[in-house]
Design a protein around this ligand. Structure first.
Ligand SMILES: CC(=O)SCCNC(=O)CCNC(=O)[C@H](O)C(C)(C)COP(=O)(O)OP(=O)(O)OC[C@H]1O[C@@H](n2cnc3c(N)ncnc32)[C@H](O)[C@@H]1OP(=O)(O)O
Length: 130
């Protein structure tokens, strides 16, 4: 990526390719598919931080700035922005690497509130960082 372009914030947590089954008749990828991948990435990163089971408690406002197209590679970046008692706020960015190119564009981003759960599914404190 050229230096003057905006750069993703956070750690690359998930990459996957958008396929025809994820698109509408015009070839645009469903927003729900992008959101599901972001939720997956958020869950991976939060579970690593909590060193245990987590659940998505809330997703803050999300707007889609650019379309994803069939063949684009979705790259999801995550950053643990804050840790409460049992909850964590993750900054999650979804970028499209355009098909057969190195062009990267951010399609959407959101704050995900993830809650650490114990074995019984009750909120449990997030342990200190190891
Ligand atoms: C319907 C679905 O299938 S959605 C898909 C997956 N998600 C789920 O299934 C989650 C369903 N929800 C739940 O299980 C519960 O609401 C839980 C576990 C998220 C929270 O349980 P609660 O009994 O409300 O627990 P509690 O009030 O102690 O909140 C736990 C933490 O989450 C935070 N929290 C809960 N809801 C929200 C919210 N809407 N926004 C921001 N933070 C929240 C609380 O502030 C608290 O944080 P802290 O401990 O760091 O101070």
């Amino acid at each position: 990526m050229p230096e003057n372009r905006p750069q993703p914030d956070g750690e690359l947590t998930l990459r996957t390719q958008a396929m025809p089954g994820d698109a509408n008749a015009a070839g645009d990828i469903f927003g729900g598919w992008v959101m599901a991948q972001m939720d997956l990435a958020s869950g991976i990163r939060a579970a690593e931080r909590a060193r245990g089971r987590v659940v998505t408690a809330a997703v803050k406002e999300m707007a889609f700035a650019k379309p994803m197209k069939v063949g684009d590679t979705l790259c999801v970046y995550t950053r643990v922005a804050s840790v409460g008692r049992t909850s964590m706020v993750l900054k999650v960015e979804a970028w499209a690497q355009r098909y057969l190119s190195d062009i990267m564009e951010m399609v959407t981003h959101a704050d995900f509130v993830m809650v650490a759960l114990d074995a019984e599914g009750r909120p449990t404190p997030v342990p200190p960082e190891s």
